[in-house]
Ligand binder design. Structure first.
Ligand code: GTP
Ligand code: MG
Length: 171
């Protein structure tokens, strides 16, 4: 058959939001890890969907590593941005980092899809995806296709829906 098209995806979001847990779910079962630890710097992971072959840059969300993010903007075809829906205190920090991302010169002018996961929907007191999108002012994103999914990365819920959307919006 045809070779799958290769795409680079950058996975961003604050530390502890669940990026590595989400990506772990997308990997082939035999390469999944049981114990997930905070990411140092970044990790490169690969997985396939029905039509695409993904290379994911799973970045650390710790503040001391966030300056690494921008070095990977140019070569990325799409972004996954993960939010901890239970971390209301740091929602403003998440918004700040998102705004920095969207206004960056290597991102600003491009029609690349952005997939948001309102993750940890299982937590008591977690905000809904609608509420998260309001707090992050996602409706202001006019120059890119975007989508938000509520997810529970521990159980793996909501993740496939997001990746299906991403696959459909990568040109
Ligand atoms: P950094 O690598 O430090 O940037 O963090 P990360 O965004 O990769 O988060 P990681 O995947 O390491 O998950 C952080 C913690 O949250 C782990 O203990 C996960 O088990 C937990 N976690 C991830 N997703 C969920 C979820 O949907 N619900 C709950 N309850 N816990 C989650
Ligand atoms: Mg991580």
């Amino acid at each position: 058959g045809l070779r799958k098209k290769e795409v680079n995806v950058l996975c961003l979001g604050l530390d502890n939001s669940g990026k590595t847990t989400i990506i772990n779910h997308l990997k082939p079962t035999n390469t999944q890890t049981q114990d997930i630890v905070p990411t140092i710097g970044f990790n490169i992971e690969k997985f396939k969907s029905s039509s695409l072959s993904f290379t994911v840059f799973d970045m650390s969300g710790q503040s001391r590593y966030r300056n690494l993010w921008e070095h990977y903007y140019k070569e990325s075809h799409a972004i996954i941005f993960v939010i901890d829906s239970g971390d209301q205190l740091r929602m403003v920090v998440a918004k700040e980092e998102l705004d920095n991302l969207l206004s960056h010169q290597d991102i600003r002018s491009r029609r690349m899809p952005v997939l948001f996961f309102a993750n940890k929907m299982d937590l008591r007191g977690a905000l809904s995806s609608v509420k998260v999108s309001q707090l992050l002012c996602l409706e202001n994103i006019k120059d890119k296709p975007w989508h938000i999914c509520a997810s529970d990365a521990v159980k793996g819920e909501g993740i496939q829906e997001g990746v299906d959307w991403l696959q459909d919006h990568i040109k």
